[in-house]
Design a protein around this ligand. Structure first.
Ligand SMILES: Cc1cc2nc3c(=O)[nH]c(=O)nc-3n(C[C@H](O)[C@H](O)[C@H](O)COP(=O)(O)O)c2cc1C
Length: 389
């Protein structure tokens, strides 16, 4: 079994602080913060990456879910795996399985989506601080102290509630905390609250990653200045411009599109088509007009995308050498023993239902719909540039 050497996340924060700076962090993003994208953003100043949120109920039961939801390689570090969990046996077992391949794990207490809330996951956990503490301290107790254990939350009102939760999590031994400066009921169009984050930062001693509305290196520097945080995390901003943390480009430069193309060309069948296509769509938002984006979004084969890039940007895939993906092997024994101990019988198949790849996802679909509605449909229909079947 190949095992990656570990990076000590607490040292990373300390080093950044000693150098008067902060960690630049790529957010956990369902469908998107996968190995290939992590490789791309690491080329442009990102110091720390998160996997997309992984459902522990599927991860600890289904080999198929593990293969779809997680992949890594020797160059994929430092890396935090983020989980959605509300059952201690599932969380502990999932962390045991992924431990050899990551530098830390994170509990998602920030997802506001209805399905997650209904299942008692994401933001719903904020209503049950005792469970969040149990989940966190169980992991802290069972893994080496230099293995990073963290939690990502949103701010809550009154703010005293957030401060109290953060202080309790600090006592549970978290390595750091991430806070998104919007409450769970705030729309993404409403601004994230840096003042709240500053107050939280002043009330805790563990490092804080601040999250919300970072669209450029200037934004990140400003958040660091105002909040006094130890890291700044970007999600939508880094999807639109993976070079964000380099501070060199206001919008995605063609060279970055070229790097994405080469990384995906090398990844070949390891990258799913939707993932490959959607990242281009996000990166090209400022590079090509809506009408062309609508055409691009309707392409359904890799070759058509390569043709599009050739025509539009005179860009073709170039062969690069990348470390091979690590063949992750997972041992289900401890999980099965735990199920036996607590006398749970279940069908394996039932738990293979979840896959983040099974639909294109709301985030992309909403953007694609916008592009289509605002493009000249007649012209679009007459365009025979590509055989889009
Ligand atoms: C497409 C997409 C997927 C996301 N998936 C996750 C996730 O898996 N886990 C999580 O904690 N947050 C997730 N988020 C929320 C972001 O991590 C982040 O907290 C939020 O977008 C605010 O940051 P921003 O203003 O930089 O976008 C996702 C956001 C987007 C846009």
């Amino acid at each position: 079994m190949s095992v990656k050497p570990k990076t000590n996340i607490a040292y990373l924060f300390q080093n950044a602080k000693d150098n008067g700076t902060y960690l630049k962090v790529c957010a956990p993003m369902v469908r998107y913060s996968k190995l290939e994208f992590r490789r791309l953003v690491r080329m442009y100043g990102t110091d720390l990456c998160f996997t997309p949120m992984i459902m522990t109920d599927s991860f600890c039961r289904s080999e198929k879910a593990r293969q779809v939801e997680f992949s890594t390689a020797s160059d994929d570090t430092p890396l935090i795996a983020q989980f959605a969990a509300n059952q201690i046996h599932e969380y502990l077992s999932s962390v045991e399985m992924i431990f050899p391949y990551v530098d830390g794990i994170d509990l998602n207490c920030g997802c506001p989506q209805r399905w997650a809330m209904q299942e008692g996951l994401g933001c719903a956990l904020l209503k049950d601080p005792e469970l969040v503490k149990d989940l966190t301290s169980t992991i802290r107790r069972n893994f080496p102290s230099d293995f990073s254990v963290s939690v990502k939350i949103r701010v809550q009102k009154p703010l005293a509630q957030t401060i109290s939760l953060c202080q309790q999590l600090e006592k549970c031994g978290v390595t750091f905390l991430t806070i998104h400066g919007r409450t769970s009921s705030q729309k993404i169009a409403e601004p994230s609250n840096n003042e709240f984050l500053r107050e939280v930062k002043q009330s805790i001693s563990v490092p804080l990653i601040a999250n919300g509305d970072c669209k450029s290196l200037e934004d990140a520097d400003k958040m660091h200045r105002i909040i006094g945080c130890d890291g700044v995390m970007a999600a939508r901003g880094i999807l639109a411009n993976p070079t964000l943390f380099s501070g060199k480009y206001k919008t995605t430069p063609i060279e970055c599109v070229q790097h994405w193309t080469d990384i995906c060309y090398a990844a070949d069948h390891n990258i799913a088509f939707n993932n490959f296509q959607h990242h281009y769509a996000f990166m090209m938002e400022k590079l090509i007009p809506r009408r062309k984006r609508a055409i691009f979004n309707s392409l359904q084969r890799k070759e058509h995308i390569f043709d599009f890039l050739d025509t539009e940007f005179d860009l073709r895939p170039e062969k690069i050498d990348l470390p091979e993906n690590i063949t992750c092997s997972y041992d289900e024994t401890k999980f099965s023993n735990r199920l036996n101990q607590i006398n749970i019988r279940e069908s394996k198949l039932e738990n293979e239902k979840y896959s983040s790849e099974s639909t294109p996802g709301k985030f992309f679909l909403e953007k694609a719909k916008e592009d289509l509605e605002n493009s000249d449909e007649e012209e679009f229909l007459q365009t025979n540039m590509f055989d889009i079947i």
